[in-house]
Design a protein around this ligand. Structure first.
Ligand code: ADP
Ligand code: MG
Ligand code: MG
Length: 884
């Protein structure tokens, strides 16, 4: 195997092997852009290293060969005594994980080459500063010394010499600091800082490999659903220096605004700084335009390269660059992360510019982004004076209690509280709190600061650089003007406007939701969403229905584009006042008493169904017969028992109804209701229940038809294990349908189908299809019964541990487990269709609205997905994307 590729040998389609950063550096090199030369160690080498814990054989030879080539073309050697070649050793995986792994700069400096660097740069202070940075980074990352010890040593030195900041330290101070650092390393590790440039390089590469499994990186991957077994590539690249004086600097640029998608040049620049300084927010950056004044030639070149990259990638690119004494170097590019708003706006703009087709534009937006745009925003008429303004770094509206550190954010959030994390600036250590927070608010840093980048990636609301805020982490409060906001005080953060308000500002519907409701397209964003939806609807093969139990939900779903109801649950129709009737039915002493209770329920059910059929007139409405165990409609067992016991203790006779109820509740108690008397089982043993429901449906159909409507009810039987169950229920269903047809003189024949939500049903789908006119996959129950765990019991108990340990990267209740549950679906689809060609098949579990799962359902050939009304647009969009 070959473990190393020169920049000239790779390209952007090799991100799996070279990591995104490496592959794109190779691509830029091939495009002829000014990239400091280098080479890339593959992800394969990383995987081999992580698997064995040792350096894979052949790696060090490959690295030294490529280093030799690099040295030859540079005409100087790594860490040589005069004018040394120095390199950075950079992490970079398939998926961008900004700041989550390690990068080591200035590798090759030692006690000799630092003098050579001082001479060639003509700047002693710079050389010693670079050296002390290397010793510090190497000490932490490679040798495992606590970073705080270095910070402490630096602070001590500043105090001793009376320097206000790093810039107040001169060359001699920094040379002394290097000695202190080296001594510190010896003390902490018993080992010296390695003087051999080759050893530095080799160990740095392995340390970057190791950083793949660092805590931050693992947490980030879990959050972003990135698999744990990909590994990182390592890019070794010639150093260039942005910290060589006022005509040097570093910056970040975007070819379009990553927050709004508007075209134009966006970015931040920091003079006399290394790249790390730009994102760390330690000094405030200037807008990129200023570079035009500071280094006009470099700026012009950068503009040209940005145009080249955007035309080449046909997408928003983000770029890291460095200017060394007026000369521009490109250090990184990638198709940039963006907000949901920007994703739609850019896709639409690129279509207009003729850079991408409508299909490609659709491919570049995601259902999760659409879902985000459907979140409510602050009510413009209710917002008062903002407390402060900052940079609108990641849009959306969030309300929560201000907290001042990551741990507190996590603590409160896991107790169910909504929090806003307030910091001066964030570092990768704040990640757990950032994940837990509704919004992130910082007083420093721009659109490219750590807080901004991470928040945009997660879709979390963020306002950064709110400079009026004084954040006092120690006293757990911030002040702005005369106002002090203590920890726990509720604030509202508007990430679209970049504003912070006191208290909880009320929320209103988003413009995108209004578009779905009314068709209005007030601005470019809504127009972009509309265009994506139109294209998706034009190409998708999957139908989209909604899960809705009320006429209001049905009507909303229809406005959102639902083409019917895939799941109308009837259980809520048994709650409220109707509990009394259900109780009567359960407690009935004889047939007559029970029939009376059912008769009382009948007209109520008929009305329920009538309303829904009316709202979905002309479209299919799949009504599921009662599914949950009957005891769910009875009072709580303990409460009842207490009531009866109290009455007895008082000496009086307990309420007779209570006694009967308690008796029934005890009789019906189940250890494991999920696997108990429910679904079709209930229908087969509770006399009259199915007949009543079917009659209500059939009569509602007759009424709707008489009223001139076009009702399309379908009857769905839940929790079938075997075709025998379905055959028995069908007999009763058919009898009732025949009765109602005869009584009304109007033939009522509703299709009768079943849920496939138990493994046995999936495995015998061929037999079941003989009796079923349609299948609907109930993937919630199917997931529970296939995995053998119940959602309510396990999510809190061990899912986070499972996600941590990588048992799965995403909850199988969120995204369909293709290998297991999905396999059952595939079997049932194939056998069902073989037994009954043209069998209608859909899915009504929550997976029906999950983007990833929609693609699976498209691929296995279902006819439709059904999901909650608000997910309907998401499912339409993803069904379209799946068909591309
Ligand atoms: P991350 O993935 O965390 O952004 P990078 O590998 O991009 O890490 O490195 C962090 C910073 O170090 C970059 O912003 C870049 O500016 C700087 N850097 C990396 N390599 C070089 C180099 N060869 N010359 C100058 N600066 C570099
Ligand atoms: Mg970078
Ligand atoms: Mg179910």
């Amino acid at each position: 195997v070959r473990y190393v590729y020169a920049f000239g040998e790779g390209g952007r389609d090799q991100a799996d092997l070279l990591g995104g950063k490496g592959a794109n550096l190779a691509e830029m090199t091939r495009l002829g852009l000014p990239v400091p030369p280098g080479f890339i160690v593959t992800t394969e080498a990383c995987r081999a290293f992580l698997a064995t814990g040792g350096e894979p054989p052949g790696l060090s030879r490959d690295v030294s060969d490529h280093l030799a080539t690099l040295e030859r073309s540079a005409g100087r050697q790594l860490g040589q005594r005069d004018d040394p070649l120095l390199v950075s050793v950079r992490s970079g995986a398939r998926h961008s994980m900004p700041g989550m792994m390690e990068t080591i700069l200035d590798v090759g400096l030692n006690d000799d080459s630092v003098l050579g660097l001082a001479k060639s740069a003509g700047d002693e202070r710079f050389a010693w500063d670079s050296y002390r940075r290397l010793v510090q980074m190497f000490g932490c990352t490679v040798m495992g010394v606590d970073g705080a010890l270095f910070e402490q040593a630096l602070d001590d030195l500043k105090r001793d010499v009376g320097a206000a900041d790093d810039l107040g330290l001169n060359a001699a101070d920094l040379a002394g600091l290097v000695e202190t650092y080296k001594e510190l390393i010896r003390r902490e590790t018993g080992e010296s800082f390695p003087q051999s440039p080759a050893e530095q390089l080799q160990r740095a590469v392995l340390a970057v490999f190791q950083s793949w499994n660092g805590e931050r990186a693992r947490l980030y991957r879990r959050r972003e659903h990135i698999p744990d077994d990909l590994g990182t590539a390592v890019t070794v690249q010639t150093m260039v220096f942005g910290n060589l004086g006022p005509d040097s600097g570093s910056g970040v640029a975007f070819t379009r605004d990553p927050a709004t998608g508007r075209s134009g040049v966006y970015g931040d620049y920091l003079a006399n700084a290394q790249g790390e300084d730009v994102v760390s927010g330690i000094r405030n950056t200037v807008p990129l335009d200023e570079l035009a004044r500071i280094a006009p030639e470099a700026y012009e070149q950068l503009r040209r390269h940005m145009a080249t990259l955007e035309a080449h990638y046909r997408d928003l690119c983000d770029i890291e660059f460095t200017v060394e004494r007026g000369r521009l170097w490109m250090l990184q590019t990638r198709v940039g992360k963006r907000t949901a708003e920007a994703a739609f706006t850019i896709a639409s703009a690129l279509t207009d510019e003729g850079l991408v087709t409508a299909g490609e534009a659709l491919d570049r937006v995601h259902g999760d982004q659409l879902a985000r745009l459907m979140f409510p925003r602050f009510d413009a008429s209710a917002v008062g004076e903002p407390l402060a303004h900052g940079v609108p770094a990641s849009p959306g509206a969030a309300v929560g209690a201000a907290v001042f550190d990551s741990a507190e954010a996590v603590r409160r959030a896991s107790a169910g509280e909504k929090v806003v994390l307030v910091r001066e600036e964030t570092t990768p250590d704040d990640l757990p709190g950032m994940v837990a927070a509704q919004a992130i608010l910082t007083s420093r840093g721009g659109k490219t600061s750590h807080a901004a980048v991470v928040a945009r990636g997660m879709g979390t609301v963020c306002v950064c650089g709110a400079e009026e805020l004084t954040v006092d982490v120690r006293r757990r409060r911030f002040t702005v003007g005369g106002t002090t906001v203590e920890e726990g005080t509720v604030v509202s953060v508007d990430g679209s406007a970049g504003a912070v308000y006191p208290g909880a500002v009320p929320l209103v519907d988003s413009a995108v939701v209004r578009y779905f409701e009314t068709g209005e397209r007030p601005d470019a964003l809504v127009d972009a969403v509309a265009r994506a939806m139109e294209h998706a609807d034009g190409v998708r093969r999957l139908g989209v229905r909604a899960n809705a139990d009320t006429p209001e939900d049905a009507a909303r779903a229809r406005r959102f584009g639902a083409e019917g109801i895939g799941l109308c649950r009837t259980e809520h129709m048994f709650l409220g006042d109707r509990r009394r009737l259900v109780e009567a039915m359960i407690l009935a002493g004889g047939d007559a008493e029970r029939d009376r209770a059912l008769e009382a329920l009948l007209p109520l059910q008929r009305r329920d169904f009538g309303g829904i059929l009316e709202a979905m007139d002309g479209l299919p409405v799949t009504i599921r017969l009662l599914d949950p165990p009957l005891h769910e409609f009875l009072p709580d067992r303990t409460e009842l028992a207490v009531r009866v016991a109290r009455a007895e203790a008082r000496g009086g006779p307990p309420d007779e109804h209570d006694v009967r109820l308690l008796d029934a509740v005890n009789r019906m108690h189940e250890e494991n209701p999920m696997l108990g008397l429910r679904g079709v089982r209930l229908g087969l043993v509770a006399p009259g229940l199915v007949a009543m429901q079917v009659r209500a449906i059939a009569e509602a159909v007759v009424e709707r038809r008489r009223a001139g409507g076009d009702p399309r009810a379908e009857i769905m039987v839940p929790l079938i294990d075997t075709v025998e169950e379905l055959r028995l229920v069908r007999e009763e269903v058919d009898r009732v349908l025949a009765d109602v047809s005869a009584e009304s003189g109007m033939p009522v024949d509703c299709p009768v189908g079943t849920m496939i939500e138990l493994p046995r049903a999936a495995l015998t789908a061929g037999l079941i299809a003989e009796e079923a006119e349609f299948f609907s996959f109930g993937t919630n129950d199917l997931t529970q019964t296939t995995w053998g765990f119940s959602r309510d019991d396990v999510e809190a108990a061990f899912f986070s541990a499972y996600l941590d340990k990588g048992v799965f990267t995403v909850s199988p209740f969120e995204t369909i487990d293709r290998k297991g549950v999905g396999r059952l679906v595939e079997i049932a689809v194939a056998e069902g269709r073989a037994a009954r060609p043209g069998l209608q098949m859909g899915v009504c579990g929550e997976h029906g609205g999950d983007p990833e799962s929609v693609h699976f359902f498209h691929a296995v050939g279902l006819d439709y997905v059904s999901c909650s009304p608000y997910r309907v647009p998401v499912a339409r969009l993803e069904a379209g994307r799946a068909a591309l």
